[in-house]
Ligand binder design. Structure first.
Ligand code: WTA
Length: 632
């Protein structure tokens, strides 16, 4: 079965994927181009973390994304680029053209000495060269590591150093609404600290003056004109690394999630087709940035593997005005629209005038991802954007999972407001209590774990398998712990309630509290800090920082600005605290552990149920913190 089209199909597919995964995924994978078939579909052991998919097979990702479609869909648009400025021309690449561009880019990388297994970092705006660049890496067996263009120089340097990346691809600058982002300038600062990078390719987007270091920096357009447009696809092992993507966890340093070739490919295509139900003449648009996993799987790989047309949008939802998304939908007659709850809430707050100027009649399917969607936002999206006729696929997944894990299948299985609903074939979720005991029966509330491997699963944290094991497999031994809490309703449908670890989900972006604390603590006047999340109307969660300083600053506001600037510099604007409270102490247990539960409650402005604080080392501090919070 290549496509699930009915509820009955779904039930059968899930059952078969559980009872006979070997046959289920083996049959599905027949459609791909293989240089050599696998010995076994799934092997190794989930608990030992040595699970493998399609072991022994040889293939190439770019060949499956592009070459495989040339005979039947060569003239179909593969990539449609919608620029930041609505008056600038749209760019369209057919499968044939994209194939050529990818081959040329692959040759540029080769000419610069990039070999199989080398890591190429991308730090770019949302421009076609980014998508072309990552697919070109897969053509020659290089591993891509995309760093979101909003990250700071320090964050970029940390990631390049951790990956031992040899090449950086960047832009001179990028457009973002009415602003420009000086990517090359920031990259220069990062490069000064990243000795492994020997070559920098700069794609021109804006034409601003940038510093080009002779022998290291090259204009991409110059290199492309010298490159041939044919490049034979490298024959890769099924388990060869495809990409790494850094994500935040509950401890300081970002983790490079490692995805491999055949399993990820299978998962990307299978989930894309079945969740969104995109048909031949549909036009699909995912508004994410390729700097996040959603862009990897559902702008680039899923759609290309499926021979669909994918839209890449350079701009932001509110430029030139808050009707931009809807204007683009009408302009191209978008049928499938996939975005984040934070964008929906932000646009909802701008009022319906921006929506009602546009017809939106082409829309058939809506999707959301990245954070729990609240009921009001869901209703608004359903009624005003989908005109009460489009199913909403609420897709739960993570950087670690490679692709969607829990979601309704649009128009095939029912949606339910605020519920991601059902596990996809191959996915076996379970809820556990605090002791790791499975909670059976419905309804139920617990921590969400997955109890067997699936093709798209991360193969570990790049360079740190111990950390991988400790982070995901030790809280509840033998199970993959997602870090999320969930509820199962009486019909067994899942609702994801949010992170239960020290990760804050700000506008759908994961930020580790420890990362922000590390940044704050670098200020010479900061003694200690504690960061928690609190409910935020637009962002879902906001960042609340409690800070102890060496001496009370004379100008508190100026001091807070300094702290914000520091976080901005070390991580990037997305991690800047929304609220900073200066305090003389933090509530601690007798063993010296910060009682974050109390800090969370105060930040949430819910001080009615603080629990017993008398056992704290410093119970008196709670009163001060509650009082202080009222003034923030
Ligand atoms: C959250 C993004 C509720 C969740 C693809 C998860 C969601 C984290 C949903 C992963 C959803 C993602 N409903 N919560 N539909 N989708 N999340 O790695 O907390 O950037 O653990 O991957 O986002 O974020 P990541």
């Amino acid at each position: 079965m290549t496509r699930i089209r009915t509820q009955d199909d779904y039930v059968k597919a899930h059952k078969q994927s559980m009872e006979n995964p070997e046959k289920f995924w083996g049959d599905y994978a027949e459609q791909f181009t293989w240089h050599k078939k696998w010995n076994k579909v799934c092997s190794g052991n989930f608990q030992n973390l040595d699970y493998k998919w399609f072991e022994g097979a040889k293939l190439n990702m770019s060949e499956n994304c592009l070459d495989r479609h040339l005979a039947t869909k060569g003239d179909k648009v593969a990539l449609l680029f919608e620029p930041n400025d609505p008056n600038e021309d749209v760019k369209r690449y057919t499968y044939k053209q994209l194939h050529k561009e990818v081959n040329k880019m692959a040759n540029v990388l080769k000419n610069k000495g990039v070999k199989k297994g080398d890591i190429v970092t991308f730090y770019m705006g949302m421009v076609p060269e980014l998508l072309i660049g990552i697919v070109a890496c897969t053509r020659i067996g290089a591993i891509h590591s995309v760093v979101f263009g909003g990250f700071s120089a320090t964050a970029l340097a940390d990631r390049m150093i951790d990956a031992k990346s040899t090449v950086l691809v960047t832009n001179d600058a990028s457009y973002r609404g009415n602003k420009t982002v000086p990517l090359k300038e920031t990259a220069d600062e990062a490069l000064a600290k990243s000795p492994t990078v020997k070559t920098v390719l700069v794609a021109k987007r804006i034409g601003n003056k940038v510093n080009m270091q002779a022998g290291r920096d090259f204009w991409l357009h110059d290199e492309l004109t010298k490159a041939s447009d044919t490049c034979a696809p490298a024959s890769m092992d099924a388990e060869d690394p495809l990409f790494i993507l850094y994500t935040s966890g509950s401890t300081g340093k970002p983790k490079g999630q490692l995805h491999t070739t055949a399993g990820y490919m299978t998962w990307a295509k299978f989930t894309f087709e079945n969740v969104f139900q995109v048909n031949e003449n549909d036009l699909y648009w995912c508004t994410a940035d390729i700097g996040w996993v959603t862009g990897h799987t559902y702008i680039a790989y899923g759609p290309l593997l499926s021979g669909a047309t994918t839209i890449m949008f350079e701009g932001i939802p509110t430029y030139p005005d808050a009707g931009r998304f809807w204007q683009v939908v009408d302009k191209h007659k978008v049928t499938h629209f996939y975005t984040a709850p934070t964008a929906i809430r932000a646009l909802q707050a701008q009022g319906l005038d921006f929506v009602n100027k546009h017809s939106l009649a082409s829309l058939k399917v809506l999707g959301t991802v990245g954070e729990p969607i609240n009921e009001e936002a869901w209703d608004w999206y359903y009624k005003n954007i989908g005109k009460s006729k489009c199913p909403i696929a609420d897709t739960w997944w993570q950087t670690e999972t490679g692709g969607i894990m829990i979601s309704n299948l649009a128009g095939v299985t029912p949606h339910k407001a605020t519920f991601a609903t059902i596990p996809l074939p191959g996915v076996e979720p379970m809820l556990v209590d605090a002791d790791g005991k499975e909670i059976k029966g419905n309804p139920a509330d617990g921590n969400l774990c997955i109890s067997r491997s699936w093709p798209g699963m991360t193969r570990g944290i790049y360079g740190d398998m111990d950390r991988f094991k400790n982070t995901y497999f030790t809280t509840y031994p033998g199970k993959y712990f997602t870090g999320d809490g969930a509820r199962r309703d009486e019909k067994g449908q899942y609702r994801i309630t949010g992170r239960v670890d020290d990760v804050i989900n700000v506008s759908g972006h994961r930020i580790g509290t420890a990362e922000v604390e590390d940044a704050l603590n670098q200020h010479e006047k900061v003694v200690e800090s504690a960061v928690v999340g609190y409910p935020h109307e637009i962002k879902g969660q906001g960042i609340y920082a409690y800070v102890i300083c060496t001496e009370k600053p004379t100008d508190q506001e100026a001091f807070k600005k300094e702290l914000n600037a520091l976080v901005n510099k070390i991580i990037g604007p997305i991690a800047k605290p929304d609220k900073i409270q200066l305090t003389s102490g933090l509530p601690k247990t007798r063993s010296g552990k910060i009682m974050r539960r109390i800090l969370r409650k105060v930040a949430e402005n819910d001080t009615s149920s603080l629990g017993d604080t008398s056992t704290l080392l410093n119970p008196e501090i709670v009163e001060e913190i509650i009082k202080g919070a009222k003034k923030i």
